[in-house]
Design a protein around this ligand. Structure first.
Ligand code: PGA
Length: 253
């Protein structure tokens, strides 16, 4: 099983989201071989979930609150996301950590909130350019994993990890990806680390400037269980060929 997760961030309008979702819904793929999920804006989440009914495409939230209910202006709980039909939620995306100031404790509580309501969290981890310059990649990833997972009892719905080097994430649609070989060796390292926290197999996805041209080179690596695609997933002309390439790979394998 390989995963294609599409994080639409705040790139497109509600109308563009509906149109793109319609096009994605018509793509044929084998749900036993490919797990496809879209993370749209909250504003169209329920609508898009309904639109995907029967298509095998899941939806996820880009963020959740760590509290379940109460006086939290502007926040959306994991429960509300679940109620809207989400199967997944991104937790600890670097844009949440570095732009909106979320800390390790927030990330941990959000994972617990997802577990409480049966959402599968996608824990995003990744080092910055500065971490790389200071040779602190492993230190950063270790810290992010430990603070999020230590002592946690993992429910059946499980969790997913997305390795997203911050330096590889596209800014305004342009970025420099981590090479598949480098991503593969980091994934190997992450999987070894994860063994401390759970005996279950945890899918580890790569994210950071994945596009139509490079998607296959990631998906063909055995330690890369899938990809989390940002900007290239927000336009039909790049996302549909990307899906087609991933589907062809499944058919041929
Ligand atoms: P990108 O974003 O594909 O635009 O680099 C990936 C992500 O941040 O999830």
């Amino acid at each position: 099983m390989k995963y294609i997760f599409a994080n639409w961030k705040m790139y497109i309008t509600a109308e563009e989201s509906r149109k793109l979702a319609h096009e994605v819904a018509t793509c044929s793929f084998d749900p036993q071989a490919l797990s496809l999920a879209i993370f749209p804006s909250m504003i169209v989440l329920s609508e898009i979930e309904r639109l995907f009914e029967g298509s095998g495409v899941a939806v996820g939230a880009q963020n959740v609150a760590w509290s379940h209910q109460g006086a939290y202006t502007g926040a959306v709980s994991a429960f509300l996301c679940k109620e809207a039909g989400c199967r997944y939620a991104l937790v600890g995306h670097s844009e949440r950590r570095y732009i909106f100031g979320e800390n390790h404790e927030d990330v941990r509580k959000k994972i617990e909130a997802c577990f409480d309501v049966g959402l599968t969290p996608v824990l995003c981890i990744g080092e910055t350019k500065e971490d790389m310059e200071e040779k602190k990649r492993e230190y950063r990833l270790k810290k992010q994993l430990m603070s999020a997972l230590e002592g946690l009892s993992v429910p059946k719905s499980g969790f997913i990890v997305a390795y997203e080097p911050v330096w590889a994430i596209a800014q305004s649609g342009i970025g420099t990806p981590c090479t598949p070989a480098e991503a593969e060796s980091v994934h190997q390292w992450i999987k070894a680390e994860l063994a401390q926290y759970t005996t279950d197999a945890v899918p580890v996805l790569y994210g950071g400037s994945v596009d139509t041209n490079n998607v296959v080179s990631y998906l063909t690596r055995s330690t890369i269980d899938g990809v989390l695609v940002g900007s290239a997933s927000t336009r039909a002309e790049s996302f549909l060929p990307l899906l087609k390439a991933a589907t062809a790979l499944q058919i041929n394998s």
